[in-house]
Design a protein. Structure first.
Length: 578
């Protein structure tokens, strides 16, 4: 028996050792491959496959695709992708782009920015050919910009307009004997509605309806222009969902032909001038071939903030500590001539937001600060942009939501009735237990919290009015928590110019008076080993939540409720548009 145990333990040890060695070898190969020069053959086709979430900045991960080694799901960075498309336009070895996208994991402002880059790429006669087994609404909007669009003969094109739906928790709270006490300013600040209502208010329904109508109109006009179809025809196709089969998509002019992948490869070979088969260069590989121009002494710093705004140092949120430090460092660096603040955020904690706003305000005293809004720059996301010298938006950016709210949860009856837990309170003063979540607030306590929320709203609106050069009355007329599209924000004075990141950089260069400059992105990317090891300040609980968030949308809602107490500058996050 001991002999068998010895054999088994030796065998297991051998397996573990082999796995460790294998991992080590793969890591060494992967790290070494990062430094290998990438040469592009003539008549190559840049293959862009949008099969990951699209974030503002991506982290290079050479082990991507190996689940047992990967430390994160991975993403495609908007800024790096735009840079690659721009570089490919002047690359003589790149004949065209093969775009493969079925579902785009981003907002419509990002889609439109990438779409604009593809249209610019084709200006000198190069092609963009799109192919998919199926197209979601957003994916087709992007694909329609291409010179040719193809679809699998058994696939489908989703083109039936946008739908917004919102989850409400009041019924659940009632069953659990949980009371949500809400404090807010602004009838349009509907982020609190899931906790106190079972349906949308008229104000919420009004702003969401108007928002998705404008987004949908933008999609329809873009598709009509790209596919050379009458706009009223495209609208009718969308409203009546006339594309129900692959044949419908071809007959109505939404795709050029129905092809299998091997047929597409033959077509791509002909388009690129290769007789036998096309030469593809994956985007992940192509970006390593980009040759940087000789660095200028003058730098335009693009500082990126994406996610919810928090005080701490989370890796997937906007940390007030980290982002403020980046802005401060750029403002104090004499080689940095201007700052572009790239924001993609629905907002977050009020104090964290105000700390970042202060740093932006101080930076504007030293050099130009230009705000570039991505998919979202709403509520707290707008707050940190409003001190900038110039604000640029995309037509589909979701912005505004200038409002404040707070929530207190009374868990007393839940604990008593459902869990059998009794709580008793002893205080030194009348308001010592004001933050106690196991009983109802007294009216005096509620008045104090409402006063704090009112004060937060006055702070938000007065700073916004100063930043935008508006009277407080004019600013409040477009505030009240109302959400706007980028196009609306331009009309009502909440933004200055329409444009994406390259437009923002051009404005920054013009305002700083520099002609030759180097663009640098911040925060700087972690090294591969740092990514593999993960952040030392991210504890196990936070990592667990991050993994659950990626997998279960419902759990995301639960976490959102738990952290939503206190004064917030946050937009209506619960709305899902699809």
């Amino acid at each position: 028996m001991q002999f068998i145990k010895h054999i088994l333990s030796s065998f297991i040890a051998l397996i573990i050792f082999s796995i460790v060695v294998l991992i080590g070898v793969v890591m060494m190969i992967a790290v070494a491959s990062m430094d290998e020069p990438v040469s592009i053959k003539p008549n190559s086709i840049l293959h862009i496959k949008l099969n990951k979430p699209i974030t503002e900045l991506e982290q290079d991960n050479p082990l991507d695709g190996l689940p047992f080694l990967s430390t994160r799901a991975g993403s495609i960075g908007t800024l790096q992708l735009l840079e690659a498309i721009k570089y490919a336009k002047s690359d003589e070895n790149i004949k065209g782009i093969y775009l493969e996208a079925e579902t785009i994991m981003s907002g419509y402002a990002t889609i439109e920015e990438i779409r604009g880059a593809l249209l610019d790429f084709m200006e000198d006669g190069k092609f963009v050919i799109s192919y998919a087994n199926n197209y979601s609404e957003g994916a087709y909007f992007l694909a329609s910009a291409g010179s040719e669009v193809y679809l699998n003969p058994e696939g489908y094109v989703e083109f039936n307009g946008l739908s917004a739906n919102m989850m409400f928790f009041k019924g659940l709270f009632d069953k659990l004997d949980i009371e949500a006490r809400v404090f807010r300013v602004g009838e349009y600040k509907s982020a609190v509605e899931p906790y106190i209502r079972e349906s949308m208010s008229e104000e919420s329904k009004e702003q969401i309806s108007e928002m998705i109508d404008l987004l949908n109109a933008r999609i329809i006009s873009g598709v009509a222009l790209a596919r050379e179809l009458p706009e009223n025809k495209v609208k009718n196709i969308s409203d009546s969902m006339l594309i129900r089969t692959p044949g419908d998509a071809e007959r109505l002019g939404f795709v050029d032909s129905l092809l299998y992948r091997d047929e597409l490869n033959s077509l791509l070979a002909r388009r690129s001038g290769n007789e036998e088969k096309p030469v593809f260069v994956p985007y992940e590989k192509y970006k390593q071939s980009i040759t940087k121009e000789e660095e200028s002494e003058d730098i335009i710093a693009v500082i990126v903030g994406q996610g919810e705004i928090i005080m701490g140092t989370g890796n997937e949120e906007i940390s007030a500590i980290k982002l403020s430090a980046e802005i401060r460092a750029a403002s104090e660096d004499e080689s940095v001539k201007a700052i572009v603040l790239r924001i993609n955020s629905p907002g977050g904690q009020l104090m964290a937001t105000d700390i970042i706003w202060r740093e932006v305000t101080l930076a504007t005293l030293k050099k130009p600060v230009i705000a570039s809004m991505s998919d979202y720059a709403a509520s707290g996301g707008y707050y940190i942009c409003m001190a900038a010298d110039t604000i640029l938006v995309q037509p589909n950016t979701i912005t505004g939501s200038i409002g404040i709210y707070g929530i207190m949860f009374n868990m007393g009856e839940f604990m008593s009735n459902k869990l059998g837990i009794k709580m008793e309170e002893v205080n030194t003063g009348e308001f010592s237990g004001i933050m106690n979540s196991t009983r109802q607030l007294s009216e005096a306590e509620a008045n104090i919290i409402q006063m704090q929320v009112n004060k937060g709203y006055e702070t938000f609106t007065s700073k916004a009015a100063t930043g935008r050069g508006m009277s407080i009355e004019a600013l409040k007329a477009v505030a009240s928590g109302r959400v706007w599209t980028g196009s609306q924000a331009l009309k009502n004075g909440l933004a200055d110019l329409e444009g994406g990141i390259w437009d923002a950089i051009s404005v920054a260069a013009e305002k700083s008076g520099v002609e030759k400059y180097t663009v640098k992105y911040y925060p700087e990317q972690e090294s591969f080993l740092e990514q593999l090891a993960g952040s030392a300040d991210q504890d196990m609980e936070e990592k667990m939540w991050n993994e659950l968030e990626r997998t279960y949308k419902g759990i995301r809602q639960v976490q959102y409720i738990l952290k939503n107490q206190g004064v917030q500058a946050r937009m209506l996050e619960g709305v899902v548009i699809e």
